[in-house]
Design a protein around this ligand. Structure first.
Ligand code: URA
Length: 244
């Protein structure tokens, strides 16, 4: 947070997972104690380190404002958007999380793409992963229609040009696993990037799944649609190759 001071009603709302209007009512009713003292003004400023208490239940404001970082195994058929008229949104899978409306997908995977998706309420972290400036690599497992060749590997490394786009794609790594299967690592994160790269070599992606961001791998224990919090070590793995 930019500052350590925050409004009491906001702190109560976050710490006890109640709407802001309910927090205001609780404060006015004299049920909210800050460091043991009753406070009745919703606009009062408190510190992140202050202890809040309501009806005997305690919470340290800071804990409620800690940033949250999740790894999701994204299922097909869900979109990475805050709302959508046609498809369910990924954030529906986080229905049980408090303050779900503050969570956002880190970048976008297409509706039919599966695999590793990070979800967070930390805007700076989100920007660092999605901005091409930071060169965070994203690796995908790809199945495609036609056989791949060493020529394709070289073309990916050189940087491909799509007939419908002005800007050439940055160099990408194509690792052939089987004639119609490969790993692709990109850093740009352009719209439909992997599918577009395959169009550049007259091929078509039939299945796409993200397996890695930086050095962070998708937890194979997670079924599609399941998620869990990242550990501090895993958070570091995202930027392990990008120390600036
Ligand atoms: N590239 C794509 O084409 N689609 C995705 O979902 C991710 C990368």
């Amino acid at each position: 947070m930019a500052s350590d001071a925050l409004r009491l009603d906001k702190a109560v709302s976050h710490s006890f997972d109640v709407p802001r209007s309910h927090a205001t009512a609780l404060i006015k009713q004299g049920r909210v104690l800050v460091n043991g003292e009753i406070r009745t003004k919703a606009a009062d400023k408190i510190l992140l380190t202050d202890t809040l208490e309501i009806d005997g239940y305690e919470s340290v404001a800071q804990d409620a404002f800690a940033k949250r970082y999740f790894m999701l195994n994204k299922p097909s058929g869900f979109v990475c958007a805050d709302s959508d008229n046609n498809f369910p949104i990924v954030l529906n899978l986080f229905g049980e999380e408090p303050h779900r409306d503050e969570l956002h997908c880190v970048g976008r995977l297409d509706a039919d793409t599966t695999g590793l998706l990070l979800v967070t309420d930390d805007g700076q972290f989100n920007h660092k992963i999605t901005s091409p400036k930071y060169n965070v690599t994203k690796t995908y497992h790809v199945a495609c229609e036609r056989d791949l060749s060493e020529r394709d590997v070289k073309a990916f490394a050189k940087g491909l040009r799509h007939p419908e786009e002005k800007q050439r794609y940055k160099s990408a790594v194509l690792e052939i696993l089987d004639p119609k299967e490969a790993l692709v690592t990109v850093t740009e994160g352009r719209f439909h990037e992997v599918k577009r790269l395959f169009e550049c070599i007259n091929n078509t992606v039939t299945e796409l799944s993200r397996i890695r961001i930086g050095r962070l791998e998708l937890d194979k224990e997670l079924e599609e649609g399941e998620y869990r919090e990242l550990t501090p070590t895993e958070l570091e793995l995202v930027f392990a190759d990008n120390q600036d």
